[in-house]
Design a protein around this ligand. Structure first.
Ligand SMILES: C[S@@+](CC[C@H](N)C(=O)[O-])C[C@H]1O[C@@H](n2cnc3c(N)ncnc32)[C@H](O)[C@@H]1O
Length: 401
């Protein structure tokens, strides 16, 4: 079964997420990525593709390959597909082209509409100025619900043209609500975008029923996204105000979003440097399966700090994380993952924490290359930053030795 995943803006993170996630099994881990499209073979048809996509922060659209098609035969292939569905009421139809060649799409649409109308079908074409429809157009016009409509995608791989149907698109409204609509917000201390939280949970290869700890939870974004993925969560922070926001946000999430009823969520105020003791006192130490955390990024920066200031911040953070990783080492079983971000500075020349510092503070763990074991890129990390940010986030994946 072949699916094509349209990747988000942070393409490397999206690819790493697909490689590490546990929601479905990929049978070609060396899958091809061309432009923004990843071509994946999966072991079984995705039973509920929207539910799968809702757990992938790095994919925008999920398409299922239907057949190879000759360029001259596209209209007939679409016609046969629609006749196979045999819609009885008015049916919405969209066509998106990811091909480099210019196809007379408008001509195809006009002829298709005319021919199918003559056979008694009522079709409504969704028009777009761009070669591809947007996620908003696909979802507003219900083009993933085969009773209401369909979006056809024309794609090419190795010189061949393929026809794919869209089975799910990113639920932009839900992400936006989880990001901007939650009651407990803290722009000053920084918040993780929900999509990045999902990507990090997937980089930790979490599965439903796991127990994930975020000891720098801030407003609770990772715990929230974990709960929506069916994962139990422990969230702590040493700032009482942040814990209050986490509590508010989790209650809001519980009222607003569907989540499994029997998930456990534990929240408390604690310093991450003492997290093992804190967990022991609550008798939940042994159950943690992964640690996913944005971590402390250093003091908020309105301007780019001097090189000297950056060095100072990196040294302080390395000191903090040395103690924190000693705790992690006492907490996790062998093979368990820690996914955490470290800050980097977006000066004219980007400045990162020196790798030897990172390897020193995380003794007892090995740094994984999130893109693949065979990819020997120098720095095994993935960057995430918005254009206007002075401080970016560098995502790392460790495994307990
Ligand atoms: C960048 S924020 C995390 C934001 C969070 N991911 C969110 O989405 O809201 C870092 C958090 O680490 C907390 N923090 C810093 N040092 C800490 C420590 N030693 N122990 C526990 N929490 C700490 C801060 O209070 C802050 O809330």
């Amino acid at each position: 079964m072949e699916y094509v995943f349209l990747l988000g803006r942070q393409k490397k993170l999206s690819i790493a997420e697909l490689l590490a996630q546990k929601h479905f099994e990929i049978t070609n881990p060396d899958f091809q990525v061309q432009d923004d499209l990843a071509w994946l073979e999966v072991s079984q048809e995705l039973f509920d593709p929207q539910a799968v996509l809702d757990k992938l922060g790095g994919t925008i659209k999920l398409m299922k390959i239907e057949q190879e098609v000759h360029s001259a035969e596209i209209k007939n292939a679409l016609k046969a597909y629609i006749k196979g569905i045999n819609p009885v009421t008015k049916f919405n139809l969209g066509i998106s082209s990811y091909l480099n060649q210019n196809l007379p799409l408008l001509r195809i649409e006009i002829d298709l509409k005319k021919e199918l109308k003559a056979e008694g079908f009522k079709l409504r074409f969704i028009e777009s100025k761009e070669p591809q429809l947007s996620s908003v157009q696909v979802s507003k016009n219900q083009l993933t619900d085969l009773e209401k409509g369909v979006e056809f995608n024309l794609l090419s791989k190795n010189g061949k043209v393929y026809l794919a149907t869209t089975c799910a698109v990113q639920d932009f409204e839900s992400y936006s609500e989880r990001d901007y609509g939650k009651p407990g917000r803290s722009a000053k201390l920084g918040m993780l975008p929900p999509k990045l939280a999902q990507i990090m949970l997937n980089l930790a290869s979490v599965k439903p029923g796991d127990l994930v700890l975020d000891p720098f939870c801030g407003t609770g974004t990772i715990a929230m996204e974990g709960l929506l993925m069916g994962v139990n969560a422990i969230a702590s922070d040493f700032d009482a105000g942040q814990m209050q926001r986490t509590e508010q946000n989790l209650e809001w999430l519980n009222n607003k979003f569907d989540q499994e009823k029997d998930l456990e969520i534990t929240i408390f105020e604690a310093d991450a440097r003492n997290i093992v003791k804190e967990l022991e006192s609550r008798e939940i130490c042994a159950k943690v399966t992964a640690i996913v955390s944005e971590g402390y990024l250093g003091p908020a920066q309105a301007r780019v700090p001097s090189l000297q200031e950056m060095k100072q911040i990196f040294s302080e953070l390395a000191g903090l994380y040395r103690v924190v990783f000693e705790n992690y080492a006492n907490l996790l079983p062998r093979g368990a993952r820690v996914v955490m971000t470290l800050p980097y500075f977006r000066a004219r020349q980007e400045q990162f924490m020196p790798l030897d510092k990172i390897l020193t503070f995380s003794r007892g763990f090995t740094l994984q290359n999130p893109l693949s074991a065979s990819n020997k890129q120098e720095r095994p990390s993935l960057k995430y930053a918005r254009e206007d940010q002075v401080v970016g986030r560098e995502v790392f994946v460790w495994e307990k030795l």
